[in-house]
Design a protein around this ligand. Sequence first.
Ligand SMILES: NC(=O)c1ccc[n+]([C@@H]2O[C@H](COP(=O)([O-])OP(=O)(O)OC[C@H]3O[C@@H](n4cnc5c(N)ncnc54)[C@H](O)[C@@H]3O)[C@@H](O)[C@H]2O)c1
Length: 217
Amino acid sequence: MTDLCRRVVLTGAGGRIGSAIMPLLPACWDVQRTDLEADQGIGALDVTDRDACPAAFTGADAVVHLAAVPDPAASWERLLPANVVGTTTSPGPQGTAVSAVWCWPVVCTPSLLDPITPRSGPVTRRAPANLYGATKAWAEALGWWVAATTSTSVVALRIGYFAAQRPSAETVPAREMSAWLSPRDAAELVRAAVVAEGLHFEVANGISANRHRFADL
Ligand SMILES: NC(=O)c1ccc[n+]([C@@H]2O[C@H](COP(=O)([O-])OP(=O)(O)OC[C@H]3O[C@@H](n4cnc5c(N)ncnc54)[C@H](O)[C@@H]3O)[C@@H](O)[C@H]2O)c1
């Protein structure tokens, strides 16, 4: 195994991003693809299963956690299992969402120069856009805590608008166009997050170098 080869478990591998990045990941990676239901080359793993997940992740260098309900209009009942419970079982690079952007971490780093105020907290500067975004904000909070209290490092990837092809103004609003993340850049983002050395907790925006950018690079 060279220093770039990794054993990786991919959750939500049957979804849009998982299936698109799979052929673009380094050829030497040993990727175990998992999703709710088994399919060709994909093993069944429900990320809410607190017994199956530790067993599935044992021996992996990284878990690329893409399993989620990515619907901005989803109800709490739909979001709770995969986005909240499932994230507690899946440490590793996380697919979060730009709708979760907010200041970080205020409450965990009090100091005399920057004392905690009633406005301190995860939604002070950029509030989650919806309940889905709130579950992603929570996932980042969890990731920070996991990275601070265990030997697992966490990279939260704030994915913008993933699409196989560059979107056009005829099909999507300008906001989505400026947040486009291409399959190639999504795979590169995951690769970089997995092989990065010396990280504890990091947040990275997941958008391509679009002419007008919704988030910085
Ligand atoms: N597609 C985008 O534009 C976009 C934007 C921002 C963030 N994201 C995030 O990126 C990640 C992947 O998104 P996607 O577009 O591939 O979503 P997707 O819906 O296409 O795929 C998600 C996969 O997760 C699986 N899944 C759901 N619940 C599960 C469970 N309990 N156990 C195991 N698997 C489960 C689904 O079966 C599905 O295959 C998600 O975290 C999503 O919130 C995506």
